[in-house]
Design a protein around this ligand. Sequence first.
Ligand SMILES: Cc1ncc(COP(=O)(O)O)c(C=O)c1O
Length: 416
Amino acid sequence: MSPRTSANPTAFDFDAPPPLRGTGSCKWDAPRGEGVLPLWIADMDFAAAPPILDALRRRVDLGVFGYPLEPPGWRPALCGWYARRHGWNIDPASVLPSTSLMPLLGAVVRAFCAPGDAVALLFPAYNGFFPEIRRQGVEPLCVPLRPVPPRPGATGDFSAEIDFNALDRALAAPRTKLFLLCNPHNPCGRAWTRDELERVASICRARGVPVASDEIHADLQMPGSRHVPFATVAPDAAAVLLSASKAFNLAGLQNAALVCPDPALRARLAADLEARGAAEPGPLGFAAAEAAWREGAPWLDALLRHLHGNFLALASFLRERLPALRLAALEATCLAWMDATAAPAAASGSAALARRLEREARVKLSPGSVYGEAPGTAHLRLNLATSRARLLEALDRIAPILGPAPDNPQPKGPQP
Ligand SMILES: Cc1ncc(COP(=O)(O)O)c(C=O)c1O
């Protein structure tokens, strides 16, 4: 991405991404096929926001990279961002820095669960949750989301809702010791509403099950949606896991945080993270996250407009060229979720379909199988964080495989 367009120095151009192949990018360099367009892992094709790059340059110019202390500005920047952007007043003392979310999740699971216990979570779910929970000798207990029609006026063919009775049953199981909420939810792009979160909180409270809320996608809200921090609904939430890494594309800089209001639990988690080497993000990660939270809003707002434009372009393309694919309404995240079950090419399941798309169309998408899609269905997850041209090229490439229209197409949702 060129940082700013020359016509308008305050605008950002997300349609001119920088070269990515050969930069050591997992998204671009891991796919082995020649010229594969990668729309899989949740990582963006864009250079970081200009104020972040400036902050990194200033930090590099210091020239010293020994063991770091948390910089004095990082915690106030985090708290300021969440107060301004999401109306959540975080007690600075409740924050623990860390390198990334999965070590934080591991620590929270260890704090509440013994081997043989279970963590309940809504499903399909981010694929990284499963190994991290199992590594602790703990079982993920999956509560399936229910497919429902999209909200009136939303672009998309379906949405998802929480089956509160199923959640209650899962939490009632004696071995369930923790509920892991993904807010907003990846995959499927739901931004949970305050009403939904209040019901979750009240069921968890009634069953005496603590909640850990993964809010890594909080800042990626589509127009008409807003992030409701779980802690604004349940200030006693055991732990909220967050990072600037998704919205500002900084995953490689390894900077995240845990917000935990209970001092005794926080001390245990801090000791656990320390013992596992996950309590000390590096100086560049600190500098980048601080700059994102202090000065990143204009870039993020422009990014969200671009992502939404890409989502509408995807919806139009599917309507016109790929009617077999049903698109989930996108409220949050940069990850479109598509039900390809009706496409003849999906008959052998999403894993085989994704392999074929990579091999024959040279487009890498994520198969629903890795997130635990419902049996007998085939879903694909597509990362919208690229240029419009690259998105359309990828869609052109997959269209011959995923078309033609099924004989009995499922009803499509409203036009954008
Ligand atoms: C919901 C969710 N949580 C956590 C992560 C990974 O976070 P980290 O790289 O900080 O461990 C991802 C990555 O895509 C994610 O989607």
